[in-house]
Design a protein around this ligand. Structure first.
Ligand SMILES: Nc1ncnc2c1ncn2[C@@H]1O[C@H](COP(=O)(O)OP(=O)(O)OP(=O)(O)O)[C@@H](O)[C@H]1O
Ligand SMILES: [Mg+2]
Length: 372
């Protein structure tokens, strides 16, 4: 199992950041700055460095590259990555451009054979819990994304299923010449994928639900009966039964112009002490549920990744009271995750910076400096 930590980090031409090499703590790193100074940008740079994509949706190269660069725009990364488990250090550099990206490890270009070290970061932003609870599409996306990462059969089936549903919907829209034979053939395949997806989803939420209350207690000291419920119309577990059902719905589907039965319409509900968290829990409680879910996933599936994640927390105090965010910090530190936290509160920053092995950084107009 790998156990990576980012020890040195420099990024050039990234948004408003103007950083020289930064020496990070292997435990806790706290960034303080007023609004609009570059805290989230620095966390985003760290996220891109570890995951090769941004956590912000639909981000393109021109958005992340500094506005001031007109000619030959490129973003450069330089970092020292330490693998604690194997007592090794790697020098990593990267060049992100409008067309192509290049990554090097210890001087060798990374390609198909030579892979990037197996490390990932997870991010918590003030909007995550809000986004998760705001729409079923977001929840579905969250579960699909996370389950796909740990279950390759699921990922492939989901891709194929999506294509088949799209194709079926296109056929249904051709009003007068419905090709029943073709729909029948598609339905057989759709049913097989539905069975795979359904079973994988059920076992995934069962595993998560089993550990959620204890994780919630470990992180927030909260005794809550927290679980996830699947909301699906597909109650049949066998692809032959699912196929029959799809076929019975063809006339209705043709009237509606789309496929009305299937796991693409599934939703998930977080249950907080017997009630739907979406409808009854406070904003803070929703945040607690969401973070518990994220860490339950991280804990459960760490072994699939064969690596400990790096934890990035943007705006730690937003919507969490002092007791809860302090417990959250205790939890990540007890897990030995290397952690990066941003805050707009000077007292929070001072307090965190005084913890053992913590480092404090000030961010002002994109300039990042270590404060001793
Ligand atoms: N491509 C870019 N080039 C230069 N500056 C950029 C670019 N993209 C964003 N910025 C600037 O980055 C700043 C926002 O930085 P960031 O979101 O990191 O702030 P923050 O410190 O997290 O603030 P808050 O406390 O409000 O969340 C804005 O001033 C914005 O104009
Ligand atoms: Mg921010």
């Amino acid at each position: 199992m790998n156990f990576f930590r980012i020890r040195k980090f420099q990024v050039n031409n990234f948004r408003n950041l103007l950083t020289g090499p930064l020496d990070f703590s292997e435990n806790l790193n706290c960034f303080f700055g007023n609004n609009g100074n570059g805290k989230t940008n620095l966390l985003e740079a760290l996220y891109i460095f570890s995951n090769k994509k941004s956590f912000r949706k639909n981000v393109s190269f021109p958005q992340i590259c500094s506005f001031s660069l007109v000619e030959n725009p490129h973003i450069y990364f330089f970092a020292t990555l330490e693998d604690h488990a194997f007592q090794k250090q790697h020098q990593i550099s990267g060049k992100i451009g409008p067309i192509e990206n290049e990554w090097y490890i210890d001087g060798s270009r990374l390609g198909k054979k030579n892979q990037f070290p197996n490390f990932k970061s997870i991010i918590m932003t003030p909007f995550d819990a809000h986004l998760f609870f705001i729409s079923s599409k977001n929840r579905r996306d969250w579960f699909d994304r996370h389950l796909s990462k740990v279950n390759d059969e699921y990922r492939k089936s989901l891709q194929r299923y999506g294509m088949l549903i799209k194709h079926r919907n296109n056929l249904l829209k051709i009003k007068f010449t419905l090709d029943l034979l073709q729909i029948k053939a598609i339905d057989r395949e759709i049913a097989q994928h539905m069975e795979i997806l359904l079973k994988a989803r059920h076992s995934f939420i069962q595993s998560l639900s089993e550990v959620l209350p204890s994780i919630c207690f470990a992180i927030f000291g909260e005794t809550v009966n927290l679980s996830i419920k699947m909301c699906t119309e597909v109650t049949l577990w066998n692809n032959l039964d699912i196929f029959e059902c799809l076929q019975r719905n063809v006339v209705l589907d043709q009237k509606k112009g789309h496929t009305t039965y299937g796991v693409h319409l599934d939703d998930y509900e977080m249950i907080w002490n017997g009630q739907s968290a979406e409808n009854y829990a406070s904003t803070g409680q929703q945040k607690v549920s969401y973070f518990s879910l994220l860490f339950a996933y991280t804990e459960l599936f760490r072994y699939n990744f064969k690596s400990y994640p790096i934890v990035l927390i943007d705006d730690i105090t937003s919507e969490l009271d002092t007791l809860r965010w302090k417990k959250l910090i205790d939890y990540v530190l007890s897990k030995n995750y290397q952690t990066f936290i941003s805050t707009t509160s000077e007292s929070v920053w001072e307090g965190l910076g005084n913890l053992k092995n913590a480092k404090k950084f000030l961010i002002k107009n994109g300039e990042v400096s270590l404060v001793i």
